[in-house]
Structures are given as structure tokens and as C-alpha cells.
Ligand binder design. Structure first.
Ligand code: ATP
Ligand code: MG
Length: 418
């Protein structure tokens, strides 16, 4: 038997219902927050991710799916969404239109990781990006939007962690101090961190292995290495978040896994055992240099991405996902009634009523059972005798009341009562 590749999964049954519910809410949120939908390719030039995400990040060094196509082009399955959005922004010269541009996407991402709870090789991210504004108001919007959305989904124990990485220059100053502090302890760090010490020392703060050592507990605080401009900016972000009632906590060790972040970075963590070590459901930050470094004009940007599988897992704790009820089920027996069922269903569906009927030759009795299984609210029970008189029998499947309606008024009746 053929089976799915390791780290992938099928979205079926209750998982499908959960995903639909989340996607529906995402559509509503992105509409009211005025984000435009964007779709970019699932594979891009390998170089894009090396340059955007960073050569020294775990994502690029260990996790990408790289391949050559039949013409020997070096391609990569996207491990995240921002690089593609920024590439598209530059390639389509969207910076020439009115700024800022606000985009949202949902789509599958690919990372060669060890699969486990909330960690897959193919997973789905919802993300938004604001390109072309450096106002702290956008930082507050980008953090509060997923916070509000998660609350609406029913999550209560949300932990918003924010930090300020400052400008490139602030980070250089901090990196110097961090390296000075770490230099007597290098051999006590894990192998990865020993390499990061040279290539990307900030990432040491994020190390899952060394996290609890005294060395990491006592590192210099990045917030003490910020310029006045950066600190003022961060204070504004915090002030706005307070006005928006976002319950946040400053975590000066939060750095995020990707290279392109500066100034504000944040994570939303869900406090639940179900997610084990993978409890971050959304993460993002400001990236004011990325557009320029990929060949576009200097454009300040901010965004976040959120992992839908982790949200789906956590939803099990707050509700039982139930099947969506059907407005109407049509029952019939003979060929004449069947033809009526077919046309009536089409007319009702076009009018926005959800309708179904049997297509497997079931007896009338088991059609009633099918209607119940589909949670049908109304039943249309077709009968040749009635049809001859221009009448159609409708039964309310909840109150069990029955009524005969004039054939010409059936659509209006069902639309009003369905
Ligand atoms: P982690 O520290 O958990 O590995 P990350 O820093 O690699 O996360 P990001 O690149 O910031 O994650 O991605 C944003 C979000 O996408 C994460 O917070 C998470 O919800 C989700 N995500 C990331 N990797 C995976 C994965 N392999 N499987 C499922 N969801 C994922
Ligand atoms: Mg990761």
C-alpha cells in the first residue's frame, strides 16, 4: 500500500472542519484589517532563501528541501512565506504603488525537521506583511491582530512575548558585547552554538540545548545596547499595545530563527500541554533591510506567520468540532421525482441554500436516515401525486412539522426557513 511521506498528513474529517473554521476566520479578519490576498509560488530559486532567510539559520542549513529541475535550475520548496512576498513586491514593482501595501497569505511550507506534535515537514502558515511603513502603529497592529484572532477562536492562555533587536548598528554593538561575555565559555556551549559564536552569535540566545545553563541565564541584556531612537520606538510599541489591551511581556532573549529581523520581534505562545515543546503559534517581527538587500528600494516592513497545524491541535482542547448542518435534504423514489430533485436542488443551491440528495439508490427509509446523518434542517419529500397537483411536501426535521407548499413558492419558502 502506498502511504504518505514522513512528516506530511491528510486533512480529513474533524481536521478538515477545524481548518475550514480557521480559514473562514482568517478571511474575515484580513478583510476587516484591510489586507490584500497574495499567492506566490511554492518553489522559488534556492538563492532567494539563502539570501533572505540567511545562510546561517537552521532553516537554511538543515531544513530546506532543495532540488534541481530537469534543466538543472537550483530550486527550493519554500520554508516560509516572507521571502516570496518580498521577491514578488520587488519583481512586480509594487513599491511604485501607494504604500504601505498590506498582504496576507495562507499556504503550505516545507521544512525537513523531525516530525512530532505540532511539527511537520509540510505545514500550513497564515501570514501577513505590511510593506512600506515604519510607524510603531503597524508593529502594534501586527501583534494585536493574531492576538485578537486567537482569542476569537477561543484560546485564553495566550502569552505575547516581545523584544527589541534594534537597528543593524545596535545589534553590532550588542554582538560585540555578547561575544566578549561568551568568549571564556565557548567550550561549554553546544556544538551548534560554538559555530554560531562565529557566524551568528545572536542565535545562541535562542538555543534549545543551552537554554537553561548559567552561561545563557546571565548574558548581557540586548535592551541595554539600544540607541535612544530605538528605545523610544520600542516604548511607543509598548504604549500602543497597552492601549489595545494586549497582555504582553518583554523577553530580552527573544531573537527568532530568521536573519532578517530588526527592531520589534514577537512570539505568541499558547500555554497548553498538548503542544509540548512546540507551543509558539505565531511569530514575527520587523524587517527594515530585507527589501533593499534583495535588490529593491529601502522599504521598512513588518509581518508575522502563524502555524495552522498547531492551532488545529490546540483546538481539540477547547471544543469538539461538529459537522456543519445541511439546510435541506431532498427525498425521492421514482424517476419523475428524481428529475424534480435534481432541478430543485440546483435552483436552491444557486439561491444559497445547502442541499443534498441520495445518489446510491437508497430506500425512502434510509434516505431519512441519511438526512439525519447530514444534520438536515428541512426535508423536501417529493411525491408524484403531490407533483401532479403542483404541491411539494416540506418537513421541519427539528420540530417535525409538515406542510405542503405550492411548487412556485418552494424556493422562497426554503430560503426563508432554511
Ligand atoms: P520553532 O522554534 O517552533 O521551530 P520557528 O522559529 O522555526 O519555530 P517560524 O519560522 O517563526 O518558526 O514560523 C512561524 C510559525 O510557523 C511557528 O510559530 C509555528 O507555529 C509554525 N511552524 C514553524 N515550523 C513548523 C513545523 N515544522 N511544523 C508546523 N508548524 C511550524
Ligand atoms: Mg523551527
Amino acid at each position: 500500500m502506498l502511504t504518505k511521506p514522513k512528516g506530511t498528513y491528510d486533512v480529513i474529517e474533524s481536521e478538515a472542519l477545524k481548518l475550514q473554521k480557521i480559514n473562514h476566520l482568517i478571511e474575515i479578519y484580513c478583510t476587516v484589517y484591510n489586507y490584500d490576498f497574495i499567492r506566490t509560488p511554492i518553489f522559488e530559486a534556492k538563492e532567494l532563501f539563502h539570501r533572505a532567510v540567511g545562510d546561517e539559520t537552521d532553516i537554511v542549513t538543515k531544513e530546506t528541501y532543495d532540488f534541481k529541475d530537469r534543466s538543472d535550475r537550483e530550486l527550493t520548496l519554500r520554508p516560509e512565506g516572507t521571502a516570496g512576498v518580498v521577491r514578488s513586491f520587488i519583481e512586480n514593482k509594487l513599491y511604485g504603488t501607494n504604500l504601505p501595501r498590506k498582504f496576507y497569505y495562507t499556504g503550505t511550507m516545507y521544512r525537513y525537521e523531525r516530525p512530532g506534535n505540532g511539527r511537520n515537514r509540510e505545514f500550513t502558515q497564515f501570514g501577513v506583511e505590511i510593506l512600506g511603513s515604519n510607524d510603531s502603529m503597524t508593529d502594534a497592529e501586527i501583534i494585536s491582530m493574531p492576538y485578537n484572532l486567537f482569542q476569537e477562536l477561543g484560546f485564553k492562555d495566550l502569552n505575547v512575548k516581545i523584544n527589541n533587536l534594534g537597528s543593524k548598528e545596535d545589534r553590532e554593538n550588542y554582538k560585540k558585547a555578547l561575544k566578549e561575555y561568551l568568549s571564556p565559555h565557548i567550550c561549554e556551549l553546544c556544538e551548534d552554538c560554538q559555530r554560531r559564536y562565529e557566524t551568528n552569535p545572536l542565535r545562541i540566545l535562542d538555543c534549545k540545548v543551552d537554554q537553561d545553563t548559567d552561561i545563557l541565564k546571565n548574558v548581557p541584556n540586548i535592551l541595554n545596547y539600544q540607541s535612544e531612537e530605538s528605545t523610544t520606538r520600542f516604548n511607543k510599541v509598548k504604549e500602543y499595545l497597552e492601549f489595545l489591551d494586549v497582555d504582553y511581556e518583554v523577553d530580552s532573549k527573544l531573537v527568532r530563527g530568521l536573519d532578517y529581523y530588526d527592531y520589534t520581534v514577537f512570539e505568541i505562545v499558547l500555554d497548553t500541554e498538548i503542544l509540548g515543546g512546540a507551543s509558539t503559534i505565531a511569530a514575527g517581527g520587523r524587517y527594515n533591510n530585507l527589501v533593499e538587500s534583495l535588490g529593491g528600494p529601502a522599504t521598512p516592513c513588518i509581518g508575522f506567520a502563524c502555524g495552522l497545524e498547531r492551532i488545529m491541535l490546540a483546538m481539540d482542547e477547547i471544543e469538539e468540532t461538529s459537522k456543519r448542518p445541511l439546510d435541506c435534504y431532498i427525498l425521492y423514489v421514482n424517476e419523475e421525482e428524481k428529475l424534480k430533485a435534481l432541478t430543485l436542488a440546483q435552483d436552491l443551491r444557486i439561491s444559497g441554500v445547502s442541499v443534498d440528495y441520495d445518489t446510491t439508490g437508497r430506500s425512502l427509509k434510509s434516505q431519512f436516515k441519511e438526512a439525519d446523518r447530514n444534520l438536515a434542517q428541512l426535508l423536501i419529500i417529493l411525491n408524484s401525486e403531490d407533483l401532479k397537483k403542483g404541491l411539494i411536501q416540506v418537513k421541519d426535521n427539528i420540530t417535525k412539522e409538515e406542510i405542503k407548499i405550492d411548487e412556485n413558492e418552494i424556493i422562497d419558502y426554503i430560503v426563508c426557513h432554511g
